[in-house]
Design a protein around this ligand. Sequence first.
Ligand SMILES: CC(C)=CCC/C(C)=C/CC/C(C)=C/CC/C(C)=C/COP(=O)(O)OP(=O)(O)O
Ligand SMILES: O=P(O)(O)OC[C@@H](O)CO
Ligand SMILES: [Mg+2]
Length: 245
Amino acid sequence: MNVENYFRESLKDHKLHLTLLDPEEQSPDKAVSMAKEAVAGGTDGIMLGGSTTESSELDATAKALKENVDVPVILFPGNITGVSRYADAIFFMSLLNSSNPYWITGAQALGAPTIKKMGIETIPMGYLVVEPGGTVGWVGDAKLIPRAKPDLAVAYSIAAEFMGMKLLYLEAGSGAGEPVPGEMISKVKKTTDIMVIVGGGIRSGEEAAQVAKAGADIIVTGTVVENCSNIRSKISEIVEGIKSV
Ligand SMILES: CC(C)=CCC/C(C)=C/CC/C(C)=C/CC/C(C)=C/COP(=O)(O)OP(=O)(O)O
Ligand SMILES: O=P(O)(O)OC[C@@H](O)CO
Ligand SMILES: [Mg+2]
């Protein structure tokens, strides 16, 4: 099935959890064993990406995951190097609040011909970086959305919807001290019909539940898996949090 439809169909029943793996952080075999644990814990898909990705590493990891794991593998590109033919889909993302046109339409134009040849599914996504923003905010020249200004996020979200984007990703930055504020998520969700993904700084079932309760449709965790001795139980804690709301 097409990944966007898989999201839509699943959302009729439950909110989704995606596990972010960085292909640079471990071998393809290790990524497969981590992903299998995450699936056993209840994750609904694997996102693959990092702020500095090398294409051959990405290919090897995407291929291994696709052959060995039963949930969709979705690319989360940090640049034009974040593209691989072995994934099920790519978040075709534009960093809407960047001050550098490269991250809004430049990387997209440079990557598009290759992606078209590969024939993988593209999911148009608005990417909004909220304070503190982490590496992504710095690399992406983001004019960070202040945590206390949910209306700015709402304005970008309405614009994303009007531009035809199917998903809006509210990003606090990998490893952020706190997730995106609940008030921001709920205002965005109330004002738009777009599917809302939230990530950055979510480490516990309780935090995941708060983000889900605020209205996030899809909740992403990355760092928590990198630093965890029992991936299955951590992911199942987070998934239970999400499903408890
Ligand atoms: C559509 C195409 C081909 C490219 C889009 C390129 C864009 C818009 C990128 C946005 C800016 C950016 C640098 C995003 C990175 C997103 C990402 C993969 C984050 C994961 O980052 P980590 O590597 O986990 O960060 P740390 O190094 O801080 O852990
Ligand atoms: O690593 P964490 O903090 O879980 O963040 C996930 C994702 O939103 C980063 O792009
Ligand atoms: Mg990382």
